[in-house]
Write a protein that binds this ligand. Sequence first.
Ligand code: 9W4
Length: 374
Amino acid sequence: MRIAGCLHITTETAVLVRTLQAAGAQTAWSGCNPLSTQDDVAAALAQEEIDIFGWRGLSKDEYYWCIEKVIATKPNLTLDDGADLVFTLHEAHPGQAKEIVGGTEETTTGVHRLRALAEEGRLKYPIIGVNDAETKWDFDNVYGTGQSSIDGIIRATNVLIAGKNFVVCGYGHCGKGIAMRAKGLGANVIVTEVDPVNALKAAMEGYRVMPMINAAKIGNIFITATGCNDVITGKHMSLMKDGVILCNTGHFNVEVSVSELERLAKSKREIRPNNMEYTLADGRRLYLLAEGRLVNLGAAEGHPSEVMDMSFANQFLSLIYLAKEGKNLKAGVYDVPKELDREVAKIKLQTMGFEIDELTPEQVRYIRGYGAGT
Ligand code: 9W4
């Protein structure tokens, strides 16, 4: 198969590309974010004569030039992260879609864009939304974001987490992972939420739950993981203690209001890489990490490879599935078949050296039967 990929050019992606090649595919690849390409990785793949189009810091025009180059290889499968490849193909090369048996999409945003396209009746081939596989989102959000966000905070500050009031804004899957890891390091975790069910889960986990305006007065470290804007604003900053650390691991730099911090500050200086000290008019200092952008990517290295491997195993198995079955599927957005998701979990357990039990035939009969009542 000829596979066109549009996915962050990172070490983990390089392993996926090599794996697809080892399985007999021809691949052509571009990055899916102008800033995420690891140039050394792109160079290494290019040296192996793998078609790779991307470098760190490309302009918007260069970004789409790379995607065009990938489309020009006349793929029959696509792999996307954010759906820029699929949209470019549909808009600029609609005739090519009939050659394509299927595609995969890595992210929630991409799946949303593709569903909208499908609802308008314009999506031209079947696409599997890899994001919704349990062995993808449940692990990268909780364990990947959890660890890498704490890692970013520590790299940017070298602060001791133990004993700190650690405020997690948003208790979705990412917030849950961060809170769990902060607790493990000895922090007093405080959760702020707008959703009563999430807030209740946090409370039952033993965290203190309170509105942001109250947390602002007592927190030492604040991290936003909401996906929403204006979570920490000037009115919170004006209540904060001297020396607090602010960072974000959710949507790009809209959760901590950097503009309001800039407005409140009398001066600023970078005290360490990815750590900006803002001094307010009354002398209090607030430390903003990674410019309010995702701290796990800005100050650390994103998800560890042992999380990405599950996402990319889902990608790999989904592409194999589409190579075989794609022509029998109607255009639309599909879930990763449940058996593939389970297969990824099974293999991951094996690689971690864990074995599990199997149900006996009697147990299967018991579970499936309805005879056992009171
Ligand atoms: N990376 C990224 C890197 C630097 C960067 C403007 C200057 C996401 C997922 C995976 O987005 C990624 N610098 C930016 S934005 C930006 C984004 N700016 C913004 O001002 C700085 C990214 C998936 N992943 C892992 O998590 C681990 N391996 C992976 O493949 C990678 C990168």
